[in-house]
Design a binder for this molecule. Structure first.
Ligand SMILES: [Zn+2]
Length: 532
């Protein structure tokens, strides 16, 4: 007699091998048997005829740490079949916050990614350990794999200005990273287009990533450029891995900007070459052609110096505006930006901007796109966000087929109820995994179902060193997703993102239903995973 028996599903076990017809028995949170078990009984029996049973999906790039404390049920992620999320990405982790710059660091993070409705309970988190304990105590509907953010650490030790850290500051940052690793971080993340990460030199990052390499951890990077500096940015990430000894994960892989699209082959070859050299370099992507980030990311790097107040002061100064415009036209994220392809997705206090393109908004107000942007940043307290259409479908197919590519939402956990359904977040927060299964596997046949499942489960579990997750295998934790291969589909769109996907009736975490018959049960059986 088992607790749960999933009968007659097609098991695609996450190893990449062919699916097979089997029953899956669950007992005490773990997979007790996989096979044909006609005589077995269970308290709960799920008829999985016509469904595929797979390991729960592992989201390799999540910002759910900015939503879980206020929305631990993470509906938009859990409904996709995600059972584990790697958080603390792009250089931003909510801890450790050092006393001196605490207030400023909080404002920086809220402006960059804190867009998930309610404010976070920052005051409770005095260190990385207390933060992780807090997350686990509250209980979450999915497992959390935490990283420590280099931007957070540098903001605490060096502040928000440019320039290299002193040797003393370097060793303090190194210690902070070492301590976070010892308290449970799986690695270090950087966001090298966001200040203060963007002010950091390569050798400084490699130096503070040493404790990560020493402990078998991973260096996750939102690299320094995804457009015309993509190749040097990938090389930098690989160099940091080589020098620190850390494994490397290149986050949300993309080739941005029409005129750079043909560098995709070279970019992927850099990853291949590093792997041939023996380095553990992998990547992840979300299956969409648009990216999304803070609107302020369009400003030149020097304009971010000194934190939020300093930026606001610059934005109000006509002379500095002129200088910023010149910089933006010659370098950085804003260079070659097609303003009719930049959609405003979040604008607190200026809801009328949401869902409209910058070119159109600027034209309406009789302003240049740059002037409109400066005004809009001031009007929204620098908290506005955008969606930028900058990728090629042809490249996406090639990237998806690449053997080092995994999947990550780059999103956070929203819910249709309450304040968690404000603004127009990128649809990836609701649709990444079902979109891959429905659109790219079933309709476009870009990769096989088994290969897709491997990229979403067994492969990331191996990278993260999760030895008892990522496979449908006896003894593994019963993190399981059941979906209908004929119906699974994303529903979220850019203009109407707050929609759960279809065709994923059951999701289990640690042997408990978090989604049953398509409905979130409210269960929060999970917390932070230990590094193994
Ligand atoms: Zn990022």
């Amino acid at each position: 007699m088992f607790e749960i028996l999933i009968r007659n599903g097609l098991v695609v076990d996450g190893s990449g091998s062919a699916g097979f017809r089997a029953d899956v028995a669950i007992q005490a949170g773990r997979i007790a048997e996989v096979g044909l078990l006609p005589a077995a009984g269970a308290a709960t029996i799920i008829d999985a005829t016509g469904l595929v049973a797979v390991p729960g999906f592992i989201d390799m790039h999540s910002h759910a740490d900015f939503s879980l404390p206020v929305c631990p049920t993470a509906e938009s992620l859990v409904h996709q079949g995600i059972t584990t999320a790697v958080v603390g990405q792009c250089g931003f982790s909510p801890a450790p916050l050092l006393e001196e710059t605490r207030e400023q660091a909080i404002r920086m993070m809220e402006a960059s990614i804190g867009r998930a409705g309610k404010p976070l309970p920052w005051e409770r988190w005095t260190g990385f350990k207390t933060y992780l304990e807090d997350l686990s105590r509250t209980g979450t509907s999915l497992n959390v794999v935490p990283l420590v953010g280099q931007g957070t650490v540098r903001a605490g030790v060096v502040g928000f200005g440019p320039g290299p850290a002193t040797p003393e500051q370097r060793s303090r940052m190194r210690e902070a990273v070492a301590q976070a690793m010892d308290e449970g971080a799986f690695g270090l993340s950087t966001g090298l287009i966001y200040p203060p990460g963007s002010f950091t030199q390569t050798d400084e990052i490699a130096a503070i990533a040493r404790p990560v390499g020493d402990r078998g951890g991973i260096y996750f990077s939102h690299i320094r450029g995804e457009a015309d500096t993509l190749l040097t940015a990938i090389s930098e990430a690989i160099r940091i891995g080589r020098e620190s000894g850390a494994a490397v994960q290149i986050s949300h892989f993309k080739v941005a900007g029409r005129k750079n699209w043909d560098t995709v082959e070279r970019a992927l070859a850099l990853i291949d070459e590093a792997r041939i050299e023996g380095l553990d370099v992998t990547s992840d992507l979300y299956p969409y052609l648009a990216g999304s980030t803070a609107l302020s990311a369009l400003l030149p790097q020097w304009a971010h110096e000194g934190g939020k107040e300093a930026v606001a002061k610059r934005l109000a100064d006509p002379g500095v505006r002129e200088k910023m415009t010149v910089s933006m036209q010659s370098e950085g994220f804003a260079k070659d930006m097609e303003w009719d392809r930049v959609l405003i997705s979040f604008a607190p206090g200026k809801a009328e901007y949401q869902g409209r393109y910058v070119a159109e908004l600027a034209r309406d107000q009789g302003k240049s796109p740059h002037e409109w942007l400066f005004d809009a940043l001031l009007e929204t307290g620098l908290r506005a966000a955008m969606i930028t259409f900058m990728m090629s479908e042809e490249n996406r197919l090639r990237e998806l087929r690449h053997p080092a590519m995994m999947i990550g939402t780059d999103g956070m956990g929203y819910a249709l109820s309450s304040s968690m359904s404000e603004g127009l977040p990128h649809p990836r927060s609701y649709g990444t995994f079902p979109r891959l299964l429905g659109h790219y596997v079933r309709e476009e046949k870009v990769i096989s179902l088994e290969e897709a499942v491997w990229k979403m489960t067994g492969f990331p579990a191996r990278k993260l060193g999760l030895r008892d997750r990522g496979l449908v295998k006896k003894g593994h934790w019963a993190d399981l997703t059941l979906f209908d291969p004929e119906r699974v589909a994303d529903k979220a769109t850019y203009v109407s993102p707050h929609q759960y996907p279809e065709g994923i009736p059951h999701v289990l975490v640690r042997g408990m239903f978090v989604v049953r018959d398509g409905v979130h049960t409210g269960a929060r059986p999970a917390g932070v995973l230990p590094r193994q």
